[in-house]
Design a protein around this ligand. Structure first.
Ligand SMILES: C[S@@+](CC[C@H](N)C(=O)[O-])C[C@H]1O[C@@H](n2cnc3c(N)ncnc32)[C@H](O)[C@@H]1O
Length: 197
């Protein structure tokens, strides 16, 4: 995107005005308006949360009775109402850290992970999907029965395989692209409702 376009970008402007750290916050807002992934009082785990737009939005959606934890490899500045862990979702100890914070299973797992992009599309796509499988390993252990999940997917040759894999774990899944997601981006979102396990 050219700098001039970026300045004009509606969601970027909105994020700046409303105090969200990324325009991505509006993707979650929109997904939630359509599918109610997060409701008041929900316990929410946000995987790949930097700089924190989704975490901020999750705090808002879950309200005072909710609990939100965000995890990222990168440093994330404190977010009021959320617990941030600097860590690697590929690390097996992450599940213990999650459970020790929530002390019970969570109602939603939201995943917006992107690897450091190399510029080689096939490599980046494969790595992004592989991160999603790592998320499902955590999700399987921490998501409550009937809970919800969202996965960002760089659409490509392994997307359908991933969809078939998660489809068995939920009552319903939907493939969608929120308006706040740039048209030229290959990202899509799987919204998964009603965790069966
Ligand atoms: C697109 S950003 C997330 C944006 C975020 N949802 C927001 O609203 O601000 C993707 C994030 O995934 C993180 N990430 C990639 N691999 C990771 C890993 N193995 N463990 C934890 N975080 C990871 C990156 O550091 C990056 O911050």
């Amino acid at each position: 995107m050219k700098l001039l376009d970026a300045r004009k970008d509606h969601y970027r402007k909105l994020a700046h005005e409303q105090g969200f750290r990324s325009r991505a916050a509006y993707k979650l807002k929109e997904l939630n308006q359509s599918y109610r992934i997060i409701g008041p009082g929900f316990y929410v785990l946000d995987l790949g949360c930097a700089p924190g737009g989704w975490t901020q939005m999750a705090v808002k959606l879950a309200g005072n009775q909710g609990k939100v934890m965000g995890i990222d490899l990168s440093y994330v500045e404190e977010i009021s109402g959320a617990h941030i862990l600097r860590g690697d979702i590929e690390d097996e100890n992450t599940v213990d850290e999650v459970m020790s914070y929530f002390e019970r299973k969570v109602n939603a797992v939201i995943c917006d992970l992107s690897p450091k992009v190399s510029g080689n599309w096939s490599v980046d796509h494969a790595k992004q999907i592989s991160l999603n499988y790592d998320c499902t390993k955590i999700m399987d252990k921490v998501l409550a029965h009937k809970g919800n999940a969202v996965f960002k997917v760089f659409d490509g040759e392994y997307s359908m395989e991933f969809r078939d894999y998660i489809k068995k774990k939920f009552a319903r899944i939907n493939l969608t692209k929120p308006k706040a997601s740039r048209k030229q981006s290959s990202e899509l979102y799987y919204v998964c409702l009603g965790f069966i396990g």
